[in-house]
Design a protein around this ligand. Structure first.
Ligand code: PMP
Length: 425
């Protein structure tokens, strides 16, 4: 491991970081399991790229057989592209009937912002102050977490609103958030840049997935509409049935975005991402920009993505997310009675976690503690991570095939780790 790490550092430089103090050297994956080079097995509770399980046989077969037949850019006719987009857009219903495929979520968000500009004639964008939307020059300006020091001066077009936080900010109906968005819209208008779009993850997953009543985003949507702006929902993490109750998380919020972007789980590891929107937006974009993506939506990408949709459907993974998520919340709530350090339990389908607090009365975050738990879980063979503004929330987001048995092992291991690291209350 040390040799591999040193070689990596020497050849890649410092930009590509690894998880864990002792990085894991994975050589094989199957469903929710990973194996390291020493043959040790890990339960993967964090990865939302292998959405339908590591090395899912249907996806592997789809990739292999299409690779053996043809792989080429999208300027020739091929049924895989149209068949996939037909199936993908059928999960949206309504007006979002056109799609554009890319290779990464970053590209999809970049295009979404340009569409907003093309439609509104304005450039001002609003995002939350604790999120991540990607790595192009344009979208990296949206992310406060890794604020760029050099960004072509695009930062003047981006304004941030305070991210929701169900523990510390009283906003049961989303009215406060809507008012904050309105303030920033006004600032954009006042500056002369004008307001083009609000971009949000409907479940605020990077922000620490605060609890929200259904329809929480509706007042915000109204504010955006009234100002003539675009609502962009970034479903790179929240999409493809992860929320359990809906295939797309904006449907859970009861809002109707102008553009929805997606990526990560879309090809189960094969790079495919994209966006959906209304035909007139696609038309306007075409008239404003010339866009071509060499690898986006190639026949192999579409075969992989189609296999993912089929797996979700045929194995009823949306229902599984709802069922396992509910059981996880129950089990974590039980642990929270036992361990005072668990300040809050949160769950939305197959995304769940706990927020660690030093003191429930003051709600002081136990930030370093989450790191300790993540490292101790890794040592015991369970992979998960932490996130949120205070870096004190465990983020558990396993493949959608995660079962009751897997959940049992996760909770039992967490119980052991907390018994070791935290005094019982
Ligand atoms: N949006 C969100 C919400 C994300 O979490 C990410 C990746 N973590 C991206 C966009 C960027 O996707 P990609 O890395 O495929 O460019």
């Amino acid at each position: 491991e040390t040799e591999l790490m040193e070689k990596r550092r020497a050849l890649l430089g410092p930009n590509v970081s690894t998880f864990y103090q002792r990085p894991v050297h994975i050589v094989k994956g199957e469903d929710v399991w990973l194996w390291d080079a020493d043959g040790r097995r890990y339960l993967d509770c964090y990865n939302n790229v292998p959405h339908v399980g590591h090395c899912n046989p249907r996806v592997v077969e789809a990739i292999c057989s299409q690779s053996g037949q043809l792989n080429v850019h999208s300027r020739y006719l091929h049924e895989n592209l149209v068949n996939y987009i037909e199936k993908l857009t059928s999960t949206y219903g309504g007006e979002l009937s056109n799609a554009l495929l890319t290779c990464t979520g970053s590209e999809a968000n970049d295009i979404a912002l340009r569409m907003a500009e093309a439609m509104t004639g304005k450039r001002g964008v609003i995002a939350t102050d604790a999120t991540y939307h990607g790595n192009t020059s344009l979208v990296s300006q949206l992310s406060t977490g890794n604020a760029p020091t050099y960004g072509y001066g695009l930062d003047q077009y981006v304004r941030h609103v305070e991210a929701p936080d169900s523990l510390r900010i009283e906003d049961p109906q989303g009215l406060r958030f809507a008012a904050k968005v309105q303030e920033q819209i006004d600032e954009h208008e006042r500056s002369g840049i004008g307001f083009a779009a609000l971009i949000v993850c409907p479940l605020f997953l990077n922000e620490g997935f605060p609890d929200q009543a259904p329809g929480w985003l509706r007042p915000t949507e109204q504010v955006v509409r009234k100002a003539g702006g675009f609502l962009i929902c970034d479903e790179v993490q929240s999409g493809f049935a992860r929320s359990g109750s809906h295939f797309w998380a904006h449907q859970k919020q009861g809002v109707a975005p102008d553009v929805v972007t997606m990526g990560k789980p879309m090809g189960n590891g094969y790079p495919v991402a994209g966006l959906v929107t209304r035909p007139e937006v696609m038309e306007r974009f075409r008239n404003s920009y010339r866009y071509f993506n060499t690898f986006g939506g190639n026949p192999v990408a579409c075969a992989a993505a189609m296999a993912v949709l089929e797996e979700i459907e045929q194995r009823q993974l949306q229902a599984n997310a709802a069922k396992i998520g509910a059981l996880a919340a129950k089990a974590l709530n039980k642990l929270s009675i036992k361990y005072g350090v668990i300040g809050d339990v949160r769950q939305s389908g197959m995304v769940f976690g706990v927020e660690f607090l030093k003191d429930k009365a003051t709600q002081e975050p136990a930030s370093g503690f989450a790191d300790q738990v993540v490292e101790a879980m890794r040592e015991r063979g369970v992979l998960l991570s932490k996130l949120g503004r205070h870096k004190n929330t465990l983020k558990i987001r396993p493949p959608m095939t995660f079962s009751e048995e897997h959940l049992g092992l996760l909770v039992q291991t967490l119980d052991e780790v907390l018994a070791e690291l935290a005094p019982q209350s």
